[in-house]
Design a protein around this ligand. Structure first.
Ligand SMILES: NC(=O)c1ccc[n+]([C@@H]2O[C@H](COP(=O)([O-])OP(=O)(O)OC[C@H]3O[C@@H](n4cnc5c(N)ncnc54)[C@H](O)[C@@H]3O)[C@@H](O)[C@H]2O)c1
Length: 246
């Protein structure tokens, strides 16, 4: 089960952390993985690690907010059977929590561009090919901040992540009869930094008493990408150790 041999998977923002874990897990199930990142050296390093471990991968650097670049990369490296829309950010300078009322409107753009427009760009670049071939998987990595309110000063990020969820659900229904499925995974508190006092403190608030790992995300993506998940579409899965969501 869950064999991805013969499939080509594009994982965006896969140069580190969650995306790198997803890329490695998909490769472990037999997929040829296109490891994307904005930063070529990150993408190439993850692809080299996968290849060294016996998998099949190539680094493919582009900016998901640039539709022409996305389209060119997919034309050069496709056809693509599986897309994991993982690239995401909290803002051009990373996540700097700021209450909306105190925010400069210029700060809205980057979280919307990467977390929503980036998802639309990659989906647009692959959807017609997937429909024509009668098989495809689009999986959008979102956040609990995209499907529930959070008052911690990340409203534009919430908007981008929530937009990605709504877009993926509606695209799913447009193509539901074609063999293409589209689903989302809303992540809770993930561990990007290893063991520390901060992660230990955060883990206490999670019912499962640990933060999420790249392998947790990879396993969910393998299932949703698999032939066995062909009847699963237009869904959002919360992957959060039991944390409360609305
Ligand atoms: N880490 C968490 O706690 C957490 C929680 C909820 C949701 N998420 C979501 O999970 C996904 C992965 O999170 P992460 O913590 O591993 O992210 P990360 O910031 O550690 O890594 C993201 C990668 O994406 C790349 N990237 C950024 N913008 C890009 C662009 N425009 N085009 C191509 N690549 C780009 C970066 O260079 C980086 O290597 C993101 O969508 C994030 O919003 C993360």
């Amino acid at each position: 089960m869950f064999d991805l041999s013969g499939k080509t998977a594009l994982v965006t923002g896969a140069g580190q952390n969650m995306g790198a874990g997803v890329a490695r897990t998909l490769a472990g199930q037999g997929a040829h993985v296109l490891v994307n990142d904005l930063l070529a050296e990150r993408a190439d390093e993850v692809a080299a690690d996968i290849t060294a471990a016996g998998g099949s991968a190539a680094g493919v650097a582009f900016d998901v907010t640039d539709l022409d670049a996305v389209t060119a990369a997919i034309e050069a490296n496709g056809p693509v059977d599986i897309v994991i829309n993982n690239a995401g950010n909290g803002g051009a300078e990373g996540m700097v929590p700021t209450q909306f009322k105190d925010m400069d409107p210029a700060e809205w753009d980057s979280p919307i561009q990467v977390n929503l427009r980036g998802v639309m760009n990659t989906s647009y670049a692959v959807i017609n090919g997937m429909v024509d071939r009668g098989w495809g998987r689009i999986i959008t990595i979102s956040s609990g901040a995209g499907n529930a309110g959070v008052g911690i000063g990340v409203a534009p990020y919430s908007a981008g992540k929530g937009g990605g969820l709504g877009f993926t659900r509606s695209l799913a229904l447009e193509v539901a009869s074609t063999g293409v499925t589209c689903n989302s995974v809303a992540l809770g508190l993930m561990n990007n930094v290893g063991t520390s006092d901060v992660t230990a403190h955060l883990a206490k608030g999670v019912p499962a008493k640990r933060l999420g790992s790249p392998e947790d995300v990879g396993a969910m993506c393998v299932y949703l990408a698999s032939p066995e998940a062909s009847w699963v579409t237009a869904q959002t899965y919360n992957l959060n150790g039991g944390s409360i969501t609305s």
